[in-house]
Design a protein. Structure first.
Length: 182
């Protein structure tokens, strides 16, 4: 496979996770972003803190330094920080994604076989990218689930689906077939 094709697809998949999160978050009132379903679960704030911390740690110096940066305090990402505004959180979120996309854009075909480290574990660049794709998709699912729950149950709103609506598969499939000339 051509490395450019792989990198373009990886960027597309990362962007899909980011977009899913942002579309879900847009439906939740800011005052509910700190709600936890139980003491061991994460709030939307926590998930965004963790994801942005991971993004900033993994993608800064991606080819030249361990992906777990010494200035990252991962454990604090799972606490409820006092005084963190929604704007500051979203600025950190944006910085993290910008770091990821700038790093991916800078990679060449030859870089894909290089070895990088994450928490002292050697991985090929492809393995490291795939690891992060899976990690971010996992947390994006959590964000969507929690946003849907909070919107429907605590905010009294109507959730706007982010994918094919219930009982809408046949119409969606017909539209896709038409779009692709099938």
């Amino acid at each position: 496979m051509n490395g450019r094709i792989y990198l373009a697809d990886a960027q597309k998949r990362f962007q899909e996770s980011r977009t899913q999160c942002e579309r879900a978050l847009a439906q939740v009132p800011a005052e509910l972003w700190n709600v936890r379903l139980d003491p061991e679960s994460n709030s939307l704030n926590t998930l965004l803190l963790h994801l942005s911390g991971n993004l900033l740690s993994r993608w800064r110096g991606f080819l030249t330094s361990d992906g777990e940066k010494p200035d990252r305090d991962r454990d604090s990402e799972f606490e409820d920080p006092e005084g963190l505004t929604q704007q500051a959180l979203m600025d950190r979120w944006t910085r993290g994604w910008t770091c990821l996309f700038e790093t991916l854009s800078s990679l060449s075909d030859e870089d894909l076989d290089r070895i990088v480290t994450i928490r002292s574990q050697p991985l090929t660049v492809v393995e490291a990218i795939n690891r992060q794709l899976a990690h971010y998709a996992y947390h994006a699912g959590q964000v969507v689930f929690l946003a849907k729950h909070l919107t429907g149950h605590l905010a009294g709103g109507l959730w706007q689906t982010l994918s094919v609506a219930r009982h809408g598969s046949a119409a969606f499939n017909a539209e896709m077939a038409k779009k692709h000339g099938i």
